[in-house]
Write a new protein. Structure first.
Length: 300
């Protein structure tokens, strides 16, 4: 073999060696990315089963599909919290479920539940009236349009306004009649044991865990809250959680500044409840709709 051919062969071998090194490096990088993805799923998301006999019903593909959606769309994990509960097998899938988010008007759901409990126990009737004082006025809405300060307003109208129209004055009248914000939050512990650091704060924050307790309680006692559930279906129908699945599901939404949240449940082959809290501004509407769409495809 002459010197020229040797040089050519050595050059080709060098090129091949470089290519193999580059391929090995790429494979290592790919494996690292895959490991990172798995780590993020394990860190952010959790699954809880109260009855070990139901372990066989755990659907890990649900969490993985939601995680894939987050990564494909560069959604910040810290800006979203959710709890999805399989109500048939009592399995909870969640992410950042203990993190506090600005609640917005979702606080009105357990508030309304407390009053339906009082009606059911005979403490009130739907014709009972509550006073409308000046300090209870927050902004324009159904109540301020129909009533003046000093009016006595029927409980039935306050509950309808708070849930169907998310009227802030109605909500304020209802929690003040319980003694104030802290008294309302204390009464709400009837439905939840998930008390976060700022649970009683007037900043109105909540967690997905807390609202998951509330909505699963509502579902377990739905015969006692049928009028409330009907009102939840009337509030912004086919929007928020229901936007993509179009099932006419009962839900209570809430928004404030960059926060957009909703809580509800879906009746299907495997009924489930869902809470999604976001701090993504308008993008939160797309995120909550997609998360619920993924859940619906798994449970329907």
């Amino acid at each position: 073999m002459d010197k020229k051919n040797k040089i050519v062969i050595i050059s080709l071998l060098s090129i091949l060696l470089i290519a193999l090194c580059m391929f090995a490096s790429e494979m290592s990088s790919t494996k690292k990315k895959a490991f990172t993805s798995v780590s993020e799923i394990e860190e952010d998301q959790s699954t809880e089963v109260k009855n070990e006999d139901n372990n066989k019903y755990i659907d890990m593909a649900l969490a993985k599909e939601i995680e894939a959606y987050f990564q494909e769309n560069n959604i910040d994990h810290e800006s979203v919290s959710y709890c999805i509960t399989d109500l048939k097998h009592n399995i909870k899938y969640s992410m950042n479920e203990k993190d506090e988010f600005i609640a917005g008007s979702i606080y009105k759901l357990p508030l309304a539940m407390l009053y339906y409990d009082k009606v059911n126990s005979g403490d009130y009737t739907m014709e009972s009236t509550l006073p409308y004082s000046g300090y209870m006025h927050e902004d324009a809405g159904v109540i301020s349009s129909n009533y003046t300060i000093g009016s006595q307003i029927p409980l039935s109208e306050l509950l309808d306004a708070a849930i169907v129209y998310s009227d802030n004055d109605a909500g304020h009248i209802l929690f003040e009649n319980l003694g104030g914000w802290e008294e309302y939050k204390e009464a709400m512990t009837k439905y939840t044991s998930s008390i976060s650091d700022n649970y009683y704060s007037e900043d109105n924050v909540s967690t997905a865990n807390t609202m998951n307790d509330v909505i699963t309680y509502l579902y377990a006692h739905k015969d006692e809250y049928q009028e409330l559930i009907d009102n939840m279906k009337k509030a912004e129908p086919q929007e928020y959680l229901d936007r993509d699945i179009q099932q006419g599901m009962p839900q209570k939404y809430g928004m404030y500044d960059y926060a957009l949240n909703s809580v509800g449940f879906v009746e299907c082959e495997t009924p489930y409840s869902i809470v999604v809290l976001t701090s993504l501004g308008d993008k939160g509407a797309d995120v909550m709709a997609k998360i619920n769409s993924i859940a619906y495809e798994h449970f329907k």
